[in-house]
Design a binder for this molecule. Structure first.
Ligand code: G3P
Length: 217
């Protein structure tokens, strides 16, 4: 399973990247807003740091304007994946980008039917949003399962990039289902290291060690 980091926070990406935890990065307009940075500048900085795909999202809503924006974003670096929304115009732009050899991440996917269209349009990645489905009492993980089954049935090469990840359980459940990639906020990835029994065990070991009066170095 590949780990993408869902943020435009360069310091947070660097911390995880230095540990070898980052296979790619996803950004979106909300994350660019949160970073307070210029999209071209911050995306270039991320691309320089990370070897894997870095998703940069278009904001136009008509295909021809999406194509103009996507081609500008693609010029930032060779590892840009152009991110387009799952609309008919987005699929049109996806096909145009894919035909020219660009990686495309089709985002805002909320149904298996949408995921089929993205694969047919040549998407490198499909981004189903788990958390936002859970928010409206639908089952985000069931969607990942359905897409996995369909893509395997027809040997579609589009990678399932599980997005809108809100918890550690989302990540482990996606791993069990066989999502190709998860993209999660840095805090959720770091929380994977936490376990109450680890904390409790370590506390006991340190107390016992203090009683030995020994030092290792
Ligand atoms: O990758 C998409 C992600 O940023 C959306 O997450 O938590 O805003 O639904 P969220």
């Amino acid at each position: 399973m590949k780990f993408f980091v869902d943020t435009a926070d360069v310091a947070a990406i660097k911390e995880l990247n230095d540990l070898g935890m980052v296979d790619g990065v996803t950004t979106n307009p909300s994350l660019i807003l949160k970073s307070g940075r210029d999209i071209l500048e911050v995306t270039r900085e991320i691309c320089d740091m990370v070897g894997g795909p870095v998703s940069a999202e278009v904001v136009a809503t008509e295909a021809k304007d999406m194509i103009a924006e996507g081609l500008k974003l693609a010029k930032i670096a060779s590892n840009i994946a152009i991110k387009v929304p799952l609309t008919w115009d987005g699929l049109t732009a996806c096909k145009a980008f894919a035909s020219e050899g660009h990686k495309v991440n089709v985002t805002l996917c909320f149904s298996a039917a949408q995921a089929i269209l993205a694969a047919k349009a040549g998407a490198s990645f499909i981004s189903p949003f788990i958390g936002r489905l859970d928010d409206i009492n639908l089952d985000g993980l069931e969607l990942i399962e359905d897409i996995r089954t369909i893509y395997d049935n027809y040997d579609f090469k589009t990678e399932i990039l599980a997005a809108s990840i809100r918890s550690v359980n989302h990540i482990t459940d996606c791993a069990k289902i066989g999502a190709d990639v998860i993209t999660a906020p840095p805090a959720v990835i770091k929380a994977m290291a936490n376990h109450v029994l680890t904390d409790k065990g370590l506390d006991q070991f340190l107390k016992d060690w203090a009683k030995t009066g020994q030092k290792i170095v």
